[in-house]
Design a binder for this molecule. Structure first.
Ligand SMILES: [Fe+2]
Length: 447
């Protein structure tokens, strides 16, 4: 709290003050409040708030508690909803600082009260909804949901921005579709709880929220699994890139460029994930090529060239056991095939080459050309694009080259920072880059 900038401190005090005023205002209605429902909903809110599930966006952890707060809006009105939401102060989150707890409680209280107020303003009547209240109740409930979500997001985003200093950090913007769908789902469950309350009372919460908890748990597991995939892939990339000082970041950039092409040609979400992984791991087989061959200056012997040509196969051997890679295997195995059939390891041509491999091949060559190498400086983007056009139809698939150029025009490209020549420090550099189409590897016959 002490380290918070002044604007954040002022905003913090304002929010706590506003919450305090609303709490005082609410107290006038306490004598006609349905206390038993309020207490059950508050307990429910507290339990749900204590087990948030993170979405894919950092800090945007939302929990099932939204359903409980929105059910409170219908069942116990603005005063009750404010009390229910304020219990966020007591949520079980080890390590959460007191001032953060206070702010959380205050912003939930404000959001809950405002949502309840809008609900009554739009014609909703707090209390047990009757069968005759449907479908008219949907309009005030929708308005209340919108206010609750918008206020909750805005109040939290503002404190995050102010705490870091305005402009110093971007407030995370969640995936809008995911965000809205998520809230729409929570809102529906809130209305379901309120609707069932007349029949089974607090059991309605268990009936509605238990399956939701199970679904959220499965969702959490799925995210944890994805994080472990990312960590595995990052570790393998790191291992490959330690083989050459100049190829740091290459895996990530090839992955990014491959994703740009894949999006441009309209690939679905699952395949987009797979090609991102394939781009990251395309050169993992370098781990199986002797470093002295990768580093060798001058012409290579046939045996040495054969060792380099084997790296796609080696790559496949290394990652074959990783089940989630699926189609990425084909990208890794064939990323050095050429469109005219003169590539390796299989000499496939045209449409015989898997689509993933044709994409990675273009992304790989482009990044290699626009990055510094030990034997030359990075080429400007225009020159690299001209090279792609030049070799389109022979080395590269013309459709993929066209898609990449369109994606580049639309999204632009962040070329890697210039790599300072290593001085004094013993680092590994390759004499030739096997991905660089402008400096093909020369081979002499042993015989
Ligand atoms: Fe390669």
């Amino acid at each position: 709290m002490r380290e918070m900038p002044w604007p954040a401190k002022i905003y913090f005090v304002l929010c706590i003050g506003a919450a305090g005023i609303l709490l005082l205002r609410s107290s006038q209605a306490y004598d006609r409040l349905d206390w038993s429902s309020t207490l059950v909903l508050a307990l429910l809110f507290l339990v749900c708030e204590s087990v948030p599930t993170q979405l894919s966006v950092r800090q945007a952890a939302i929990s099932v508690s939204f359903s409980a707060a929105l059910a409170a809006v219908v069942l116990v009105g603005p005063e009750g909803a404010a009390l229910v939401a304020a219990t966020a102060v007591f949520s079980v989150r080890p390590g959460l600082a007191t001032h953060k707890r206070l702010f959380n409680g205050a912003q939930f209280l404000i959001s809950g009260y405002a949502a309840g107020w809008v609900y009554t303003l739009a014609g909703g009547e707090p209390g047990l909804p009757q069968r005759t209240d449907f479908p008219e109740i949907i309009l005030p409930y929708g308005a209340a949901t919108f206010v609750f979500v918008a206020l909750n997001f805005a109040l939290t985003a503002l404190i995050l921005a102010l705490a870091e200093g305005v402009g110093k950090r971007q407030v995370p913007v969640p995936d809008v579709a995911q965000f809205l769908l998520s809230y729409l789902g929570y809102a529906t469950f809130g209305l379901l709880i309120a609707g069932l309350w007349a029949t089974v009372q607090s059991i309605s919460a268990v009936l509605v929220l238990l399956p939701l908890f199970v679904a959220r748990w499965a969702f959490g597991q799925y995210h944890a699994q994805h994080r472990s995939y990312e960590a595995t892939i990052a570790a393998l990339c790191q291992a490959v890139e330690t083989k050459d000082w100049y190829t740091r970041g290459h895996c990530t950039r090839v992955s990014a460029a491959s994703s740009m092409i894949a999006e441009e040609i309209g690939m679905g979400t699952e395949r987009l994930h797979a090609i991102r992984y394939a781009g990251m791991l395309h050169d993992v087989g370098k781990l199986g090529v002797p470093t002295k061959v990768l580093q060798k200056d001058g012409v290579l012997t046939e045996e040495e060239f054969a060792a380099i040509q084997l790296h796609p196969m080696r790559g496949l051997e290394i990652v074959r056991g990783i089940g989630f890679l699926d189609e990425a295997f084909a990208g890794i195995m064939h990323h050095h095939e050429r469109y005219d059939g003169r590539g390796y390891p299989m000499g496939l041509a045209g449409a015989e080459i898997p689509e993933f491999a044709r994409i990675i091949c273009v992304a790989d060559a482009f990044d290699s050309m626009t990055s510094d190498r030990s034997y030359r400086k990075a080429k400007p983007q225009e020159e690299a694009v001209a090279e792609l056009r030049k070799w389109s139809g022979t080395q590269f698939d013309p459709i993929i080259v066209g898609a990449f150029i369109r994606a580049l025009d639309r999204d632009g490209w962040n070329p890697p920072a210039s790599v300072p020549a290593p001085s004094g420090m013993p680092v590994v550099t390759a004499a030739k880059d096997h991905d660089d189409p402008t400096t093909p590897i020369q081979v002499v016959s042993d015989r």
